[in-house]
Design a protein. Structure first.
Length: 200
């Protein structure tokens, strides 16, 4: 998909209340187009969750950061829910693949707010604990993502081949050294026995 097609799908998804993920594309390039129609908060990365929630609330309200910083995550969620009750807010971030299980749980609960829409980017395989959150997103350029995963990463095979060659070379040197040590040991035994025989 080209940039204009992605932009159109993003705007449509936001209008329909759907969360969107972009495969290997920074979300910042779409902020201007989204801002024309909706209130946008760009947080770059989704973690740490408490700091990001404070950042979002201060961006859409007159709440002071110092006051919010003393609140717990559940308290911040309540404030965010009340601040977004009457207006649609689009939260934009990058690097979904860095989201841990605990952070995913927090974002999953935020995604349930009726007027909060999430737009993120994904640059690799996401963590297992984030699967529940992943399911509430639509990957806009999913075909591109599937093509990337279908490509065989030959670097793994190359590294494996090099490792096997190094192992075999080391094994050969080790065996050669072992034969030399064994030979030296038997020579020492023969010489020792010869000296014993002569001494008698």
């Amino acid at each position: 998909m080209n940039k204009d097609e992605i932009k159109d799908v993003l705007i449509r998804n936001i209008r329909e209340g759907k969360n969107s993920l972009l495969w290997q594309q920074h979300t910042a390039q779409y902020i201007e187009a989204i801002e024309e129609k909706y209130e946008v908060v760009y947080i770059n990365e989704p973690d740490p969750i408490k700091a990001k929630m404070v950042e979002i609330i201060t961006a859409i309200s007159h709440e002071k950061e110092t006051t919010l910083s003393r609140k717990t995550v559940p308290e911040l969620k309540k404030i965010l829910a009340s601040k977004t009750a009457r207006k649609k807010v689009v939260i934009i971030f990058n690097h979904f693949e860095r989201i841990t299980a605990s952070v995913a749980r927090a974002w999953l609960s935020i995604s349930e707010f009726e007027r909060v829409i999430l737009v993120g980017s994904l640059f690799g395989r996401f963590k297992k604990g984030a699967y529940g959150l992943y399911k509430v997103f639509e990957v806009v350029n999913e075909d591109d993502m599937e093509e990337s995963f279908d490509e065989v990463d030959i670097s793994i095979f190359v590294f494996g081949g090099i490792s096997v060659l190094i192992f075999l070379a080391f094994l050969r040197v080790s065996l050669q050294f072992a034969f030399e040590v064994t030979g030296a040991f038997w020579l020492a035994v023969i010489v020792f026995r010869t000296f014993i025989f002569v001494a008698r």
